[in-house]
Design a protein around this ligand. Structure first.
Ligand SMILES: [Fe+2]
Length: 270
């Protein structure tokens, strides 16, 4: 049973050791990989990400899940739209990346010629599935893509090159620093919904209620359906709340479903 705070403690211990930067990054990669298999850890990250969205709904980029001022690293979740590919770039610090949901592809590049505008050729390609992790050392040019038709999420730990801004590391882009299309909060909530629906227990139910409050209507409906077998009364309450947000024929349809549901719940109580 790991929590985000356990990642912080273990990374701090690794960064305080006498190991070289490659060994440290490699150890952190193994740690991230181990933690990504732990449901408690996943829920702890989701909990913190939801808190950030609740507290800073309009802040872009999103605040990290965690910043270690003392040891100068930050932990981020990034939500990749389906089919999105960013431009080749490099960071000035070490970084480890683990796949939190779905899958991502990381390509690394060889550089030749002018350092300002180098010629890039693909060196390696890593198809990373949920739970897998890797690390990159400073100045490795790379690109991340989501080649699937559903969103992906990745967990990142980055060192910093500016003691005053431990949540940032300098990045050099080759090509446009393309923004991600769509609403990242809606995308994040869709991802959390899919992950939490498959986790039983009260903690995941509590998180789903908070996801519901922040999600788009499509995800809200997914939550209503997803929890109907575990908790029909909660499903009904959320469905009634969703009905209030709909208009026209969608609202009428859900209203009819909710009335039927209310009868069923009443029947099962008496
Ligand atoms: Fe990167």
């Amino acid at each position: 049973m790991f929590k985000l705070v356990d990642l912080e403690k273990s990374v701090t211990a690794i960064l305080s050791s006498d190991l070289g930067i490659r060994e440290k990054a490699s150890e952190i990669r193994l740690l991230v990989q181990e933690m990504l298999t732990d449901t408690s850890f996943l829920m702890s990250c989701i909990d913190q990400a939801i808190s950030n969205f609740e507290q800073y709904p309009n802040l872009r980029p999103h605040p990290p899940l965690f910043i270690s001022m003392e040891h100068q690293f930050a932990v981020h979740l990034i939500y990749w739209p389906a089919g999105h590919k960013n431009s080749p770039h490099m960071h000035s610090t070490w970084g480890t990346t683990g796949v939190f949901f779905n899958e991502i592809v990381i390509e690394t590049f060889n550089t030749a010629g002018n350092s300002e505008n180098p010629e890039l050729t693909i060196d390696n390609r890593f198809d990373a599935k949920r739970g897998e992790a890797g690390y990159l050392l400073p100045l490795c040019v790379h690109r991340v893509s989501n080649e699937t038709n559903q969103p992906s999420a990745s967990l990142h730990l980055f060192g910093t090159d500016d003691k005053n801004e431990p949540a940032q590391s300098s990045t050099v882009w080759y090509g446009d620093n393309v923004g991600m299309p769509g609403d990242s909060k809606a995308r994040a909530m869709g991802i959390f919904c899919e992950m939490l629906i498959s986790i039983s227990g009260d903690q995941s139910k509590g998180l789903l209620i908070r996801v519901f409050a922040l999600a788009c209507n499509e995800t809200k409906l997914r939550i209503v359906k997803g929890i109907s077998e575990r908790d029909i009364e909660l499903s009904y309450q959320l469905s009634v709340a969703l009905e209030q947000e709909l208009v026209g024929s969608d609202r009428a349809r859900l209203s009819a479903i909710n009335q039927n549901l209310a009868q069923k719940i009443k029947g099962s109580i008496h």
